[in-house]
Design a protein around this ligand. Structure first.
Ligand SMILES: [Zn+2]
Ligand SMILES: [Zn+2]
Ligand SMILES: [Zn+2]
Ligand SMILES: [Zn+2]
Length: 157
């Protein structure tokens, strides 16, 4: 602990070193880790696969990182709707979706950053057989009476 009186008092703080960490050497998709054919997301400026063209129209396949992020996350929807602030704190996003979808969009694997405190919600169940339906995963029908699972939706009486 040597006394150093010589140093001038108010030197401007040195700018933080630019990420010299080893892992930043190569951009990789924040979702799947690929390092080729990347682009940046408009909503959150993360590296992501530029793979939208791999998607086959109407296939509903979820094999495109870019598409998954832009379709199934609050991050992208928040950005598209032009909301203010962080999507994690956004009341308008919260109001826009039913709780189950809100939680799904905020916590699924297509997110770079997940919702920290997802709200609790009642599971959705099939009005016929009572099976729990995961709204985020599709495969159900919705009518004025409620939701029906895929199997029950396809039974014609
Ligand atoms: Zn990817
Ligand atoms: Zn995003
Ligand atoms: Zn929002
Ligand atoms: Zn059912």
């Amino acid at each position: 602990m040597a006394k150093k009186k010589a140093a001038p008092k108010a030197t401007a703080r040195k700018a933080p070193k630019r990420a010299a960490t080893a892992k930043a050497d190569r951009p990789r998709c924040g979702l799947c880790g690929k390092t080729t054919n990347l682009t940046k997301t408009e909503c959150c400026d993360h590296w992501i696969c530029d793979d939208e063209e791999n998607y086959v129209i109407f296939s509903y396949a979820r094999n495109s990182c870019h598409r998954n992020h832009s379709r199934y996350t609050l991050c992208a929807s928040h950005h598209e709707e032009g909301h203010e602030g962080r999507w994690q704190d956004c009341a308008r996003c919260r109001a826009a979706f039913e709780p189950e979808i809100y939680v799904y969009y905020g916590t699924n694997e297509y997110n770079f950053d997940k919702l920290e405190n997802p709200p609790a919600y009642e599971p959705t169940t099939c009005r016929k057989c009572g099976k729990v339906i995961r709204l985020g995963e599709g495969g159900y029908s919705q009518s004025s009476e409620g939701y029906a699972c895929w199997e029950c939706s396809n039974v014609r009486l």
